[in-house]
Design a protein around this ligand. Structure first.
Ligand code: G6P
Length: 502
């Protein structure tokens, strides 16, 4: 393995890393490895590579692990991955992550502001914004320090939008990509942000050689926002026979060209199919079957972080509407809803979590009988149980208000045991690839969602199975390993154009 001093050839940067630590009362540290597209994507470049993942310490356990290891974590804890965790001061991180990234940028890109929930750009925001800059600079500094000459750096998500520009200033030799895992706000919505913030966010990402997105829709929104925020200093090109790019002229600098990439992350079929047939998943299927009860009851499954953009409340309201309009389903369907708590430092998320719980209870009180509980709501994160539900599902409900991709919509068809009808929001990135074989809904329309659930529940098995096969094929077109390699290849093979006009 290459030592960190000689510099890494490939670097990944993200707020949340591939491992987190819990600190026990007796001072013992235990590591928990995360999953997701990036973790499996990075494994594609092989064990023993010198790739380095730079992430933030997110809690007391992480901070203690950084103190004990000096920042370069023990590869035993990370599955062999080299990880450098940054101990950014807790208040700076909280302002950047909770204040700017999750309360403002997440809300803007997912278009979640609705009266009376509105953005406030006061002195408090300005202090948080300063922290966001400091936190981005800490990443840029660490990456500049750890990268080998001309190394490839893959910067992830809205938390780190300023990093590409900051890193370019420090290390013009590097190949830099930024990936947005979220949607990108349309220009009219992005316009809500203060003008200087709009400029810094777009110039920050345009500091990269490539700005990558999950769908063309989000990529086009980004280029529209660049034009809006930078005016005469920016032009976006979408040639009919070549790769799109943006030419921007940062202050006191020559024009720079940033290529725009679209990489639609898919499901990891091999991993999911193997994992979904292990004994712990079989056990949970048995438990779930008991909870569902009845021999011919159908199951509507949803699996989400408890997240406003996932639209769980409207999903439950649609299910209630289904039970009201179609009494023939009473005792014959159960809604298995897994809603795993997320971002509980934010009051609006805590309130949303409580609302989900209240509504599930209300529906059960309203319609439940001695041996039928209409909603099975579970909030404890359990991946094996999620896979068990995927296998059992007759209907999958994926109804986000907006979503970068939504991997649940892609994973369920891959592991489904007997075919599953997919009710899918047209505002999920996955719609671009799965729309043809899904029952497509407007996520705000509760009545139409209820009708789509009815149609899905009534679908013939043969049709369901056929659609599921096609959905699984579309969902696995770009598995995480290929998704990651494609980005890396594009970054390495693009001519070095970042400092010249087209
Ligand atoms: C989204 C974001 C990720 C983030 C994840 C979980 O998928 O695109 O960057 O890590 O949500 O959110 P959290 O705030 O818990 O990291």
């Amino acid at each position: 393995m290459v030592s960190e001093r000689s510099g890494a050839q490939v670097l990944v940067a993200s707020n949340r890393g591939p491992v987190s630590y819990a600190l026990a009362a007796d001072g013992a540290l235990s590591a928990k490895r995360g999953g997701g597209g990036l973790v499996s994507g990075l494994s594609a470049i092989g064990p023993g590579s010198d790739a380095l993942w730079v992430c933030a310490a997110l809690g007391d356990g992480d901070r203690e692990a950084v103190r004990r290891s000096g920042g370069a974590l023990d590869p035993e804890d990370t599955g062999g991955q080299r990880v450098r965790m940054l101990d950014i001061p807790a208040e700076v991180h909280a302002d950047a992550y909770n204040g700017v990234a999750n309360s403002v940028l997440w809300f803007v890109h997912h278009m979640l502001y609705q009266t009376p929930l509105e953005p406030v750009f006061d002195d408090r925001f300005r202090a948080q914004w300063a922290s966001y800059e400091t936190y981005n600079a800490a990443f840029a500094e660490a990456l500049a320090d750890a990268a080998a000459p001309s190394a490839a750096v893959l910067v992830q998500d809205y938390h780190l939008a300023l990093v590409p520009g900051m890193l370019r200033d420090r290390r013009p030799d590097l190949r830099i990509a930024h990936f947005s895992h979220t949607p990108w706000a349309p220009p009219e919505y992005f316009a809500m942000l203060p003008d200087d913030v709009q400029r810094k966010l777009t110039v920050g990402i345009l500091g990269a050689d490539r700005a990558n997105f999950l769908t063309e829709r989000w990529a086009r929104a980004f280029t529209g926002c660049c034009r809006q925020a930078l005016g005469a200093d920016c032009d976006a090109y979408w040639p009919s026979d070549g790769a799109p790019y943006v030419v921007s002229t940062p202050p006191e600098s020559t024009p720079r060209r940033t290529r725009i990439g679209v990489h639609g992350l898919g499901a990891d079929a091999d991993f999911l199919r193997e994992r979904a047939h292990r004994p712990d998943v079989e056990e949970r299927m048995a438990t779930l079957r008991q909870q569902i009860g009845g021999t011919d009851r159908k199951t509507i499954v949803r699996v989400d972080r408890t997240e406003l953009s996932k639209n769980i409340v409207r999903g439950l309201l649609a299910y209630r509407r289904l039970l009201a309009d179609h009494p023939e389903w009473h005792e014959r369907v159960v809604h298995v809803a897994f809603a795993y708590p997320s971002r509980q430092d934010l009051a609006v998320y805590r309130e949303y979590t409580a609302e989900v719980g209240r509504l599930a209870e209300e529906i059960n009180a309203e319609y439940g009988t001695a041996d039928w509980q209409p909603v099975e709501l579970h909030v404890k994160d359990d991946f094996a149980r999620s896979l068990a539900a995927y296998r059992l599902a007759d209907v999958a409900l994926v109804n986000p208000i907006r979503d970068g991709m939504n991997l649940v919509a892609k994973e369920i068809p891959v592991v489904s045991d007997h075919g599953c009808a997919l009710v899918l929001s047209r505002e999920a990135g996955a719609y671009a690839e799965l729309g043809k074989d899904a029952l497509v809904i407007n996520p705000y329309d509760i009545n139409a969602t209820a009708e789509a659930l009815h149609t899905a529940l009534s679908m013939e098995y043969g049709e369901r199975a056929e659609r599921t096969k096609r959905l699984a094929a579309a969902a696995t077109a770009l598995p995480p390993a290929q998704w990651f390699l494609d980005q890396l290849d594009a970054l390495k093979t693009d001519p070095a154009t970042s400092s010249s006009a087209p």
